[in-house]
Structure formats: structure tokens, C-alpha cells
Ligand binder design. Structure first.
Ligand code: ARG
Length: 283
């Protein structure tokens, strides 16, 4: 049984395209103006991180296998493949890692307010977000899928079949945006945390939940009574997820891209992904 799951996970990992440096979201603001920012007291550039001795990462730990809560020796811990990447980056910088869990729609605000140095949260670098933050190269790509109640997949095979039903999405996510372009506002329910959406689905408060395909696939393996909608996959026009940092963080961006490239070359991101799925399944 366990072996079967692991095999499945490896298959998922193989399908999920790991893409680094594919999308040119690494456009830096290379200019002198930004250089000055590095000298201000509140700057969260590389020097500031090194001098405080820790990298403070913001995440919304409700998105297994990216980031989620688990128990280690009876203690609550945030794990996931994003967190492993963050851990590697902190190690490369020679600093400690601190992970702050918050609502997904509060992450960019926290970054602006210098509450966190970077965001590792499966965040998609949309044009809108790029107005307020810089992003690393894309390190993972996935599509979006609807989770349904088991047994309802046969009758819901296209977007039209979901019209008039309640669609659950995470507040502030791109899935919320996708839902808004496809469904009536009154048919969309936005919640802060993804597991609450899954609960609402089981309790018939929503009829479908839209999340990244990797999250959908894991959710249905972990939960009884839910299934992934077939043939209803939505491609991600923004190309996957990346790490966010304050605008003008040119050096930080160069360094995180180096770590990502190294991890990719060593096939580590894939390994972290498989490992995170395993931990989530064993919970
Ligand atoms: N990729 C989507 C976005 O950027 C959803 C990410 C949700 N992440 C999370 N940790 N809950 O909007």
C-alpha cells in the first residue's frame, strides 16, 4: 500500500515539470536607485539578513506539499518542499531560518512592511504582483484542478457543468482570480486556509475547490470522499511558482537563483517534493 503511494508520488513528480530559468521573471531593476536602498535601516537585502543572522520567511502553511503543519516528536512544525528550499537558501547564506505562518493574502503586505525577508509560498509571479515585489526564477510549475465530492466527477467534466455551483478558492490566490473570470461573484467562496475549503466541500458548503494540481492530487489521496475533476485542468498562464522578495533586491535575487539552480541541477527540488508528499501522506 505504502509502496503504491510512493510510486504514485514519484509519478506525480515526474509529470510536474520542474522549470528553472524558463520564464524570464528574473528581470532585475538593475539601477543605481536600488543600490541606495540597501543602505537604509529597514532594507531586507542580503547584508541585512546576514547581519541579523537569520532569514525570515513568510508562508501560508496550508498548502501541502508546498508548506504545511505536521507533528515532529509531538511538536508542531512547518514542513514542505518550499520550506526545504528555504532551509537550503538559509544554509547557503550561513544564517538561521525562521518561518512565519500567515494568511496567504497577507504575505505581500508583510513583505512590504519588512515583517518577512522573502515569501516561500508557492506564489505565482503574476504581472500584478511584480509591481510590488521581485521574484526568483520559476522553480516549479503545475496546472490548476478542481477537487469535487467523490461520485460527482462523472457529471462535472467541463467548466459549464460548474456554473451555478459554489466554487471554493483561497483568498488572494490566482485561483480566486481564475474563478472570478469564469463564475458569478455570488458563486465564489473565498477562505483564508485551504484545508477549510476541503472541509466545506465535504460538508456541501461548496461544490468544488480550485487549487494547484499538485495540491489537488495530494488532497484526494489523503482524504476520503473527494476526487479530482477529470478533464478540467486549467493551465497557468503565469508559469508556476517563484520566491518573492522586496522590489530592488537585486543581490538577493541573484543568490536565490543560484541556490535554485544548484538544487535543480542536483535534482533536489524533485526529491524535496517527493519527500513532502510522503510526510503529508503519513500524517
Ligand atoms: N499559486 C497560487 C498563487 O500564487 C496559490 C498559492 C497558494 N499558496 C499557499 N501556500 N497557500 O496565488
Amino acid at each position: 500500500m505504502k509502496k503504491g503511494i510512493v510510486k504514485k508520488l514519484i509519478a506525480i513528480a515526474a509529470v510536474a515539470t520542474i522549470a528553472i530559468s524558463v520564464v524570464g521573471c528574473g528581470s532585475t531593476n538593475g539601477g543605481n536607485a536600488e543600490k541606495k536602498e540597501g543602505t537604509t535601516a529597514k532594507a531586507t537585502g542580503i547584508e541585512a539578513i546576514k547581519s541579523k543572522g537569520k532569514l525570515v520567511v513568510g508562508t501560508s502553511a496550508d498548502y501541502a506539499p508546498y508548506e504545511f503543519h505536521t507533528q515532529v516528536d509531538g511538536k508542531d512544525k512547518i514542513v514542505g518542499f518550499d520550506i526545504e528550499i528555504a532551509r537550503q537558501f538559509a544554509q547557503d547564506l550561513g544564517v538561521e531560518l525562521e518561518v512565519k505562518d500567515m494568511a496567504f493574502d497577507g504575505l505581500l503586505v508583510a513583505l512590504q512592511a519588512d515583517k518577512v525577508d522573502m515569501i516561500f509560498s508557492g506564489m505565482t509571479p503574476t504581472e500584478e504582483r511584480k509591481q510590488n515585489a521581485d521574484f526568483s526564477d520559476i522553480y516549479f510549475t503545475a496546472t490548476h484542478k478542481f477537487i469535487l465530492r467523490a461520485g460527482e466527477e462523472a457529471s462535472i467534466t467541463k467548466i459549464e457543468d460548474l456554473k451555478g455551483k459554489k466554487i471554493g478558492v483561497q483568498k488572494g490566490s490566482i485561483q480566486e482570480g481564475i474563478a472570478k473570470t469564469n463564475f458569478e461573484a455570488g458563486d465564489i467562496k473565498s477562505l483564508e486556509k485551504v484545508p477549510d475549503l476541503v472541509l466545506d466541500l465535504k460538508n456541501k458548503k461548496v461544490d468544488a475547490v480550485l487549487v494547484e494540481s499538485t495540491v489537488a492530487d495530494l488532497t484526494v489521496q489523503k482524504n476520503e470522499g473527494v476526487a479530482v475533476a477529470k478533464g478540467l485542468e486549467i493551465k497557468d498562464p503565469d508559469g508556476g511558482c517563484a520566491i518573492a522578495m522586496k522590489k530592488g533586491s537585486t543581490e538577493l535575487q541573484t543568490e536565490i537563483n543560484k541556490t535554485l539552480k544548484k538544487l535543480k541541477d542536483e535534482d533536489k527540488i524533485n526529491k524535496f517534493f517527493v519527500e513532502a508528499n510522503k510526510i503529508a501522506m503519513e500524517q
